[in-house]
Design a binder for this molecule. Structure first.
Ligand code: HEM
Length: 254
């Protein structure tokens, strides 16, 4: 198992469902890579296909989280309450005061792990690759982080601290751009759309090729160069927001 997947899953498993690091991470990794392969496969549900395997993995992953959920329900009044994402989802109520069903809680946990674990581990891997290749970036990054660490005096960093790490945030932006962690975004046309002389008929699926946008010299100067400073405020910038509202009313957000 890749070390970055392991670290990411250990953390996500702990934050989302209170899994103790180490215990079942290997099993979770196998299940979630099966699910991810199934999502990417042709949807042919017969034994032997990646899609069928993905569905089986999803069932088994849900079963593991269901066991945790049942335990949480039995210990609701325990003296040592936990406060992970599953607890939050079990508590949350809509405007009518309705709580999520068990199935909804489990679906949310599984989808968040699917969306979060591979993207994060691949991003970490590419960040390390670029830092090794561009030592001056690593130096600046290290200085910013060491200054924070000194200031914190051994305490954990908070999300407010992370927001203040301006150079580190630019390194993250640049890694996501150049490594194209999410290379495509999908939409379905909710009406006929005219685009550059072409008609996209209602109901067609549209795939936005983000890799092309990220490496196009019209959008980014010297696009294949890893340069976090291109994200400086005030630097000549391409549009960071792509408006897909003319194609689909569905808003995707990460
Ligand atoms: C480097 C890390 C990540 C990248 C590059 C990334 C990228 C993306 C992209 C491009 C989309 C599609 C947005 C759209 O359709 O407009 C997306 C959706 C999503 N991401 Fe991420 N993501 C990352 C990490 C995460 C993490 C850590 C989580 C959760 C723990 C997460 C949860 C989601 C969810 C739930 C969606 C679906 C949102 C929706 O359809 O409304 N992502 N992500």
């Amino acid at each position: 198992m890749c070390v970055f997947s392991m670290v990411t899953l250990e953390n996500i498993g702990n934050i989302f469902a209170g899994f103790e690091p180490g215990s079942i991470v290997g099993k979770l990794e196998m299940l979630f890579s099966g699910i991810v392969n199934g999502i990417r496969a042709n949807p042919v549900d017969i034994p032997g296909t990646a899609y069928h395997h993905g569905l089986q993995c999803r069932k088994n992953a849900t079963k593991m989280f269901r066991e945790v959920l049942e335990k949480k329900k039995k210990n609701q009044d325990a003296t040592k309450p936990t406060n992970d994402l599953m607890d939050g989802l079990m508590r949350v109520k809509d405007e009518q005061g309705q709580q999520l069903s068990d199935e909804e809680v489990l679906d949310n946990i599984v989808i968040l792990i699917v969306a979060g674990y591979e993207s994060t581990s691949v991003a970490i891997m590419w960040a390390l690759y670029y830092l090794a290749k561009y030592p001056h970036v690593l130096k600046t990054l290290r200085e910013e982080n060491m200054a924070l660490s000194k200031h914190k005096n051994g305490e954990f960093i908070t999300s407010d601290d992370v927001a203040k790490l301006t150079y580190t945030n630019k390194v993250v932006e640049e890694t996501i751009r150049l490594a194209n962690i999410a290379a495509i975004v999908n939409r379905k046309a909710t009406k006929d759309v005219e685009y550059k002389g072409y008609t996209i008929p209602k109901g067609w699926k549209v795939m936005l090729w983000v890799r092309y946008l990220h490496t196009n010299p019209e959008n980014f100067e010297d696009p294949m160069c890893f340069n976090p400073d291109r994200w400086n405020v005030g630097a000549a910038q391409p549009q960071r927001k792509i408006d897909l509202s003319s194609i689909s009313e569905t808003k995707g957000r990460c």
